[in-house]
Design a protein around this ligand. Structure first.
Ligand code: NAD
Length: 476
């Protein structure tokens, strides 16, 4: 550590909080599973009793519709807490594992130890869910936590801040609000685990900061999640499911379908079914139903998404549906674009907004190659009735998660590990997998006292020992 880094830590406003959590985390490590469950119940009950406050905060942040808040912010948190409460005894129990013959007489087991003080940094797009889910996992594993919400969703950040003040002492769970500087001050402390959800670009900054303290990380990142609609797909079913998965939260979902390969034999029919579904779900007498459609989170992102749309037109792409953007309201219509070249921004950047490009294809091998030549996606969706095609896609394309004939819903199964690969993330979360992310899997070998098999191999090394060792090296 150089002098500048040392000075930064010494003047860090969060050092006292961090130190107090460190002392508490030592006590929690020795605490009971019953105590952890009681805390999870506090969270579950608070969320259940304060739905209206959560709905209001999300409306104030980006006019997120009530049903979407209930489905994507509240229900997953309540379900995750319930799942952890029901399973924690089983997850946390030490597990016996086999012991090899060379260690005859010994027993082996894995013990799940809390990591200690954890930092959870969240993005703005699901600002309640993405702070609370990792917190539930951190508490289930017996840790303390500092939560850093996104500054772009201040109402939800304040609500979670108030919630934690009401439920926990700050030496156990504390929200720290702030912008990039705050995040960087926190990142310079030697946390025992950092759980970061956000963009790949900031993920690299987080990992670099964590490396300085050799802190373990879970990085839940983003990227472009592709969709494949093959020639056997049920067109109406696929269109219904894609519209919901893509345009919920105004397309601002890490696992939102980002671009769609459609087999050329069904392209036109699929495109018109998509328009039909969009009209049915989001329009009333020719105008967009603003109550059922969230807004882009702020002006900066509004400008970013509209400039991606302008680029589509500049490079010769076609706006096949929607395309209207209302500045001042951060409203962008659900939009379908076609005929976009691979080099266009809409095909290169994570869209993170309500634009869906459709691309015609003829060969599934070509599609697999095209996806595999890009950074590994967080999610991959395939709509097909062909067992051969779906098996091929699952086997040949690397992705964090896959849905067959569905989009985004793998997130909601707490028994499935959630996370990306390389550019889309490192490590997994949800349920048991999240509990493991926040735990140290401690190996415990218990040896008998007196004669043990390995004592036969102690020096001095005579001929008999050498021969015996050769036998062991070959056969055991
Ligand atoms: P972001 O990376 O800009 O910000 C995330 C958090 O990091 C915020 O709390 C922010 O204050 C902080 N931050 C920003 N710049 C920082 C810096 N230089 N140093 C330290 N901290 C910094 O992401 P975002 O715009 O809030 O969210 C969108 C991104 O998150 C998308 O890429 C999306 O795909 C991804 N995401 C991933 C998941 C997932 O589960 N994998 C879920 C939601 C969003």
């Amino acid at each position: 550590m150089n002098t500048a880094e040392r000075t930064q830590i010494e003047t860090n406003p969060f050092i006292e909080l961090f130190e107090s959590q460190k002392i508490k985390s030592q006590k929690l490590r020795a605490g009971s599973i019953k105590g952890r469950k009681a805390k999870l119940k506090l969270i579950k009950n608070w969320v259940t009793n304060n739905n209206d406050k959560i709905i209001k905060a999300l409306y104030d942040d980006f006019k997120k519709p009530e049903v979407e808040v209930l489905l994507s912010e509240i229900q997953p948190v309540v379900a995750a807490a319930r799942h952890a409460i029901s399973n924690l005894h089983r997850w946390a129990r030490p597990k016996s594992v086999p012991t090899p013959l060379t260690l005859f007489g010994a027993t082996s087991s894995i013990h799940y130890e809390s990591k200690g003080v954890c930092l959870i940094i969240a993005p703005w797009n699901y600002p309640f869910n993405l702070l609370l889910l990792p917190l539930i996992e951190a508490i289930a594993a017996g840790n303390t936590a500092i939560l850093k919400p996104s500054e772009l969703t201040p109402y939800t950040a304040q609500l979670v801040d108030d919630m934690m003040l009401e439920l926990f002492d700050e030496n156990e769970v504390k929200v720290v609000q702030g912008e990039v500087k705050t995040s960087q001050q926190l990142l310079s402390l030697s946390f025992d685990h950092i759980f970061f959800t956000g963009s790949p670009a900031v993920g690299k900054i987080v990992m670099e900061a964590a490396a300085k303290n050799l802190t373990s990380v879970t990085l839940e990142l983003g990227g472009k999640s592709p969709v494949i609609i093959d020639e056997t797909a049920n067109i109406k079913d696929a269109a219904e499911k894609l519209v919901w998965g893509k345009f919920m939260n105004c397309g601002q979902t890490c696992i939102a379908p980002d671009y769609v390969y459609v087999h050329s034999s069904i392209f036109d029919r699929f495109e018109s079914e998509l328009k039909k579904q969009l009209t049915k779900e989001y329009y009333k007498e020719g105008s967009i139903n603003k109550n059922d459609f969230a807004r882009i989170v702020n002006e900066r992102h509004f400008t970013r998404v509209t400039s991606i749309l302008e680029d589509v037109v500049e490079v010769g792409g076609k706006i096949s549906f929607g395309g209207t953007a209302v500045a001042g309201e951060n409203l962008i219509e659900p939009t379908i674009v076609t005929d976009v070249p691979e080099s266009s921004r809409v095909m290169q950047e994570e869209i993170f907004g309500p634009i869906l490009p459709l691309i015609k294809y003829d060969s599934i091998e070509g599609v697999i190659d095209a996806i595999s030549n890009k950074p590994k996606p967080l999610a991959l969706y395939c709509f097909s009735k062909s067992k051969k095609n779906t098996a091929k896609i699952i086997k040949e394309v690397s992705a964090g998660g896959v849905c067959i004939n569905e989009s985004v819903l793998h997130f909601t199964n707490h028994d499935l590990p959630f996370g990306g690969v390389n550019n889309s993330g490192i490590g997994k979360s949800h349920g048991y997998h999240g509990f493991i992310a926040f735990s140290n899997e401690k190996s415990v070998l218990k040896q008998r006292i007196g004669i043990t098999s390995i004592k036969f191999f102690y020096p001095p090394y005579n001929n008999v020992i050498t021969k015996l060792t050769r036998f062991v090296a070959k056969y055991l």
